[in-house]
Write a protein that binds this ligand. Structure first.
Ligand code: HEC
Length: 466
């Protein structure tokens, strides 16, 4: 059964309306296909209970996002100290500083000057910062932890380069933002259980490690952080739930069959029913789910930490850690609900092969509306663009737009305000691919040679108080 084809409302049914055990959320690949995401009874915790539960209290807008003053208008005669450094410190040095994944620092004046033309190009084409969702404001407004440059900032960098990269008075440069302190209040600390030497005979090594969070009662993950053991090789990390015994056994079987630590896995953990609990790309520090919401972590279950190692620069040993902040309850349970077209079947040798669908959400299983707080698009390596719209009467509301997909930069991007999806809405999804490198039809699947057209929505059945 592929409830996802009918839309993510069915997943919500499993969650909010039907209570325990309503079957079959087809997680469609990041989590594989399969039965029984037992999302539990969300409906219990209404807003009225807010005072009685231990809810996360961190303020997202101020968390982990350095804020230097950046002007709204492009500057006519920009200098590094006054105009360019603030942009780089806000948006780039999280990765482009010593010990982080960026291939060179962008901290000093010389750092910036040395790569100035390249910097102008990658910012103008919006390939840096590497945010895959269109966060320009044309399709939803995103929270401040989704990195983006404004048109004015891009123009300022461009002019600074054209005008010969003037330094200005270095005393006027802002202070370098401190390295963020991390999720110091985390209550679950996991690691991959070993020091793993990625397989250097390939460029990309996708590895799944089973870890035990030691959770003895159902808890809700409200924030997470990933601490790559070796930032130069860890390219992204996804933590998946193993929500039932069957899923856990399936993962343990693969682990046992693989002679090196963990097991090989590409698109997802390769077991049924598993769902992401955390999605992390480099430079991401602490990710907090929207206030008063969180994802269920089932009592007594292990999780899979999937690490994608990129070994273009050689292999180095790694021991990645993941920290979670959990709460006993939340006022509105969050769900990462997959949404995908019915069929993905891509002819070879095309510069633009397309998978698309329009799906009716039906009656929202009795709910008048659900709240979409964020998106996590997913395709494999042929993917180029992805877009999801809500169609309501004659209106079209964009929910996620990916103008230039990059498999290496996956993340959950949260809106600054939830979008309300109403009963009767229809939802369209369209993905495009470049299949010129293929000689046969490419279909939906987990493998490196398969494709996906998938977006996870982070939704709640109630609007969480914030
Ligand atoms: C999330 C981490 C991250 C952030 C944020 C980031 N970069 Fe990068 N950057 C990288 C990585 C990693 C590479 C190496 C190429 C790759 O893997 O995509 C890179 C490569 C580059 C390059 C070289 C591109 C090339 O074609 O060789 C430039 C220039 C650059 N970044 C500039 C910037 C600027 C300017 C910003 C801020 C506006 C920025 N980056 C923000 C991670 C980041």
């Amino acid at each position: 059964m592929r409830l996802v084809q009918l839309g993510w409302v069915c997943a919500l049914l499993a969650a909010g309306c039907g209570g325990k055990g309503v079957s079959a959320v087809d997680a469609g690949g990041l989590g594989d296909t399969g039965p029984a995401v037992d999302a539990g009874a969300v409906g219990d915790a209404g807003a009225a209970d807010a005072a009685a539960v231990d809810v996360p209290s961190a303020d997202v807008s101020s968390a982990d996002v350095p804020s230097a003053d950046v002007p709204a208008q492009p500057v006519a005669s920009p200098t590094w100290a006054e105009h360019v450094a603030p942009i780089l410190y806000n948006t780039c040095v999280g990765c482009h500083r010593a010990g982080e994944i960026g291939p060179f620092p962008l901290v000093s004046y010389e750092d910036a000057r040395n790569v100035a033309p390249l910097m102008r190009r990658v910012t103008a084409e919006r390939s840096m910062p590497p945010t895959v969702v269109n966060a320009t404001g044309a399709c939803q407004n995103y929270r401040s932890d989704v990195r983006r440059l404004t048109d004015a900032e891009i123009a300022t960098i461009g002019r600074w380069v054209e005008q010969g990269t003037p330094q200005g008075d270095p005393r006027r440069a802002p202070p370098l933002p401190p390295s963020p302190s991390g999720l110091t209040e985390a209550d679950v600390r996991l690691d991959i259980g070993t020091t793993y030497m990625p397989n250097a005979s390939r460029t990309d090594d996708y590895r799944c490690f089973i870890a035990d969070p030691g959770i003895t009662e159902d808890r809700y993950v409200t924030a997470f952080e990933v601490i790559p053991g070796e930032p130069r090789v860890v390219h992204h990390v996804i933590v998946y739930s193993l929500p039932n015994a069957t899923a856990q056994q399936a993962a343990e079987r693969q682990d046992a069959q693989d002679t090196t630590p963990g097991y090989e896995c590409f698109g997802g953990p390769g077991v049924d029913g598993s769902m992401p609990l955390a999605i992390w790309a480099p430079g991401g520090v602490v990710t907090r789910f929207p206030r008063n919401t969180g994802l269920l972590a089932n009592a007594g279950r292990k999780v899979v930490i999937q690490v994608h190692y990129n070994l273009a620069g050689g292999s180095l040993p790694d021991r990645t850690r993941v920290n979670l902040l959990t709460a006993r309850a939340v006022t509105a349970q969050g769900f990462l609900v997959p949404y995908r077209p019915d069929r993905v079947e891509l002819p070879p040798r095309m510069t633009e092969a397309v998978a698309s669908d329009v799906l009716d959400l039906g009656n929202l299983q009795g709910l008048p509306q659900v709240f979409v707080y964020g998106v996590a698009p997913h395709m494999h390596t042929l993917g180029r663009t992805l877009r999801v719209d809500v169609l309501r009467n004659d209106e079209r509301h964009c929910l996620v737009d990916v103008p230039r997909w990059d498999f290496h930069w996956q993340q959950i991007a949260f809106y600054d305000q939830p979008f309300t999806v109403r009963r009767g809405d229809r939802v369209s999804i369209r993905c495009s691919y470049d299949t010129t490198s293929r000689s046969a039809v490419t279909r939906w699947g987990e493998g490196t040679q398969d494709e996906m057209c998938l977006n996870y929505f982070y939704i709640t059945p109630f609007r969480a108080p914030n």
